[in-house]
Design a protein around this ligand. Structure first.
Ligand code: NAD
Ligand code: TYD
Length: 352
């Protein structure tokens, strides 16, 4: 893997992956980051990398649905591997406006596969990053394994399921060398503040209410983003082509317990001046339609075959995450004020 095309590298996990590959891993090649810069993509995330690693990092603003742009990137940079993070990723947005999810997640993945197939003489790997949400919802027991049938419930998870099927089909039909990973909920630095954990941290710091959907008993399996990124790289290097690997933190928590724990850490790290607890800000609001009850990943295949295990516990990962948001108030302000999007439009034009 000399010239790795990473899509969606300006988003939360893509940023973590590029930083991990260039700063902390044994990857020796060059990364070409193709990102459309939607509301969730932020070029600030990799500005330092662009400056310090010009020979190993290239950024191209492009849509994964655009065959000409992707073909051009393949030719110009002699792409020999792909890691596809680009997606519309927020369940709540997919409920309100599913169109972009169908386009980017399904048509975009299809376009990447087609261009990869046309350049398959050089291609050693197409890795597709996906979610455990394709498996649907669990009851109070059991785990998702790689053999669990797909049963997606939201437009987001249905679009990711479709993309997974296409990737698998390109391996079976065209012998494209692919791997797929299905990961549980991530948290950590650079996460766009509309997902549960960053939203709760930032609301709590501003003394705003902490909105929990329904009764807060829905369970998610949390994984620190760097542990996910390391797992993806291990799968890319050592995973069997044509196979799927589940990635999870063995860290199941009901949402109310997650937010309560977060509030406890905030009370310790940034105590309120009146000494009341951040917990007092918790409010229960109307439930999300089709809200999956429980996700829990069995990641024993990844552990056994590739020797991966998460490094962070939920507490150490949450502390790091809170500290990162405290240390990066400029990043937060630029997002909240819309300044980063104005900057993107000035630099790249308004093509939305
Ligand atoms: P994100 O929303 O933070 O980032 C998505 C990135 O993709 C953004 O930079 C955006 O600009 C880019 N993008 C969107 N549409 C594009 C297009 N048409 N062309 C090019 N770029 C485009 O998402 P994330 O949380 O970093 O998730 C990354 C991947 O990981 C997704 O495929 C998601 O399904 C998967 N995943 C996420 C989680 C999680 O908890 N966040 C868990 C498991 C799997
Ligand atoms: P989210 O971060 O949107 O991830 P996903 O829907 O992909 O699991 O939400 C995580 C959990 O938190 C999910 O059960 C929905 C819940 N949630 C709330 O209770 N309140 C909120 O404001 C948000 C954004 C999520």
């Amino acid at each position: 893997m000399k010239n790795l095309l990473v899509t969606g590298g300006c988003g939360f996990i893509g940023t973590g992956f590029i930083r991990y590959l260039l700063l902390n891993s044994d990857f020796k090649g060059r990364i070409i980051n193709v990102d459309k810069i939607t509301y969730a993509g932020n070029p600030d995330n990799l500005a330092d990398i662009e400056k310090s690693n010009p020979e190993r990092y290239v950024f191209k603003k492009a849509d994964i649905c655009d065959p000409d742009a992707i073909t051009h990137a393949f030719k110009a940079y002699e792409i020999d591997a792909v890691c596809n993070f680009a997606a519309e990723s927020h369940v709540d947005r997919s409920i309100v406006a599913p169109d972009a999810f169908i386009r980017t997640n399904i048509e975009g993945t299809f376009n990447l596969l087609e261009v990869s197939r046309q350049n398959s003489d050089r291609l050693v790997l197409f890795h597709h990053v996906s979610t455990d949400e394709v498996y649907g919802s669990l009851g109070s027991d059991g785990f998702f394994t790689e053999k669990t049938p797909y049963k997606p419930n939201s437009p987001y998870s249905a679009s990711k399921a479709a993309s997974d099927h296409l990737v698998r089909a390109y391996n079976k039909t065209y012998a494209l060398p692919v791997t797929i990973s299905n990961c549980s909920n991530n948290y950590g630095p650079y996460q766009f503040p509309e997902k549960l954990i960053p939203l709760m941290i930032l609301n709590a710091l501003e003394g705003k209410s902490l909105p929990i959907y329904g009764d807060g008993r829905n369970v998610r399996d949390w994984l620190f983003v760097e542990d996910h990124c390391r797992a993806v790289w291990e799968i890319m290097k050592g995973g069997t082509r044509g196979q799927t690997y589940n990635i999870g933190g063995r860290c199941e928590l009901a949402n109310i317990d997650t937010v309560t724990m977060l509030c406890g850490l905030l009370d310790e790290m940034v105590p309120k001046t009146d000494r009341t607890s951040h917990r007092d800000l918790i409010t229960f609001i109307q439930d999300r339609p089709g809200h999956d009850l429980r996700y829990a990943i069995d990641c024993s295949k990844l552990e056994k075959e590739l020797g991966w295990a998460p490094v962070e516990t939920f507490e150490t990962g949450l502390r790091k995450t809170i500290q990162w948001y405290l240390d990066n108030s400029n990043w937060v302000q630029r997002i909240k004020s819309g300044e980063y999007l104005r900057w993107v439009r000035q630099h790249y034009g308004n093509d939305e």
